[in-house]
Design a protein around this ligand. Structure first.
Ligand SMILES: *Cc1c(COP(=O)(O)O)cnc(C)c1O
Length: 303
């Protein structure tokens, strides 16, 4: 049995009335540990367990680190997550709750990641948060489930950080015969590494991340995600932090599920009735979830 679950696919009356389209929500916020990440991370961890790896190492203080910790507990394999000093108490508690060891090291992710790499032995597996084909294969199961449910989407809306979700969803579209179905890729202004790369015609690296959508905070997207923008219909859509936060609040009111601003970025394209979505009848929104922001935090950011 995989470590992720088959999540509900619901048509949103609230959002449908708002846009006049059929808005389908793939509720990956309901995955164990609260985000889609377990699809890919779970598949990768199972692969490394079969290879005989004795420990999983991650350097993510976000949903990826939490997913690795969960996968390790399920597979009875110890997990070490190295996080920078900037990591919230909430995130550390969520990782420890899965019985993983948390090592706090360095001022930024770069330093935490370097330390994590230095711990690696031949018996360990390193779990990258987005740049690994095993992850993409796992994320692709989301589209397999949509196909099994009998829905043929005219467009798919998702959020982009490092581009692992994008790479997986496109893989899922291709393996279900939907290689022509366009993807609308949402990012926030201060974390728009894909939109800026597409504009520049090369994979750019942002000087800094400036967004409350911390789960989208990869300075550079993976090569695979950027290459896919040349072979698959992918439209970049950039939203403000305020729009992403407001979408979180409205989604909570409409659907009673709290998601991170990273996920709010996708939802805001619907709430703001953005032109990028116009003309599609059946719109599939990947409700990618995320557990690192509390409601208090979201309201604090709104101010
Ligand atoms: C990781 C994450 C993303 C971005 O996924 P990438 O694979 O890095 O593009 C979006 N939303 C949430 C909630 C996440 O945890």
């Amino acid at each position: 049995m995989p470590l992720h679950i088959d999540t509900p696919l619901l048509e949103s009356r609230h959002l449908g009335l708002l846009t006049g389209q059929n808005i389908w929500l793939k509720f990956d916020a309901l995955q164990p540990c609260g985000s889609f990440k377990i699809r890919g991370i779970g598949a990768a961890c199972e692969h490394y367990a079969r290879q005989g790896k004795k420990r999983f190492i991650s350097s993510s203080g976000g949903n990826a680190g939490i997913a690795v910790a969960y996968a390790g507990r399920c597979l009875s394999i110890p997990v070490t997550v190295v996080v920078p000093q900037t990591t919230t108490e909430r995130a550390k508690a969520l990782i420890r709750q899965e019985n993983a060891e948390v090592i706090v090291h360095g001022a930024s992710w770069m330093e935490a990641n370097a330390h994590a790499q230095s711990l690696l032995t031949a018996e360990d597996a390193f779990l990258h948060p987005f740049d690994n084909p095993l992850l993409w294969q796992g994320h692709a199961t989301l589209i397999d489930e949509v196909a099994q449910a009998g829905l043929v989407p005219d467009a798919v809306v998702l959020s982009v950080g490092g581009g692992g979700l994008l790479s997986g969803i496109v893989e899922g579209l291709k393996r279900n015969g939907w290689g022509h179905v366009p993807v609308i890729a949402a990012e926030t202004e201060g974390a728009s590494s894909l939109a800026q790369s597409v504009k520049a015609g090369r994979r750019v690296e942002l000087a800094a991340i400036d967004s409350v959508a911390t789960s989208l905070g990869a300075k550079q997207v993976c090569e695979q995600a950027f290459e896919l923008t040349k072979s698959h219909p992918i439209t970049c859509a950039v939203v403000s932090d305020r729009e992403a936060l407001s979408a979180c609040e409205r989604f909570l009111a409409d659907h009673r599920v709290l998601v991170e601003p990273a996920c709010g970025a996708s939802l805001s394209l619907v709430y703001e009735r953005r032109a990028e979505l116009a003309g599609y009848r059946n719109v599939l929104v990947v409700v990618c979830g995320g557990v690192t922001a509390s409601l208090e935090q979201i309201r604090e950011w709104m101010k």
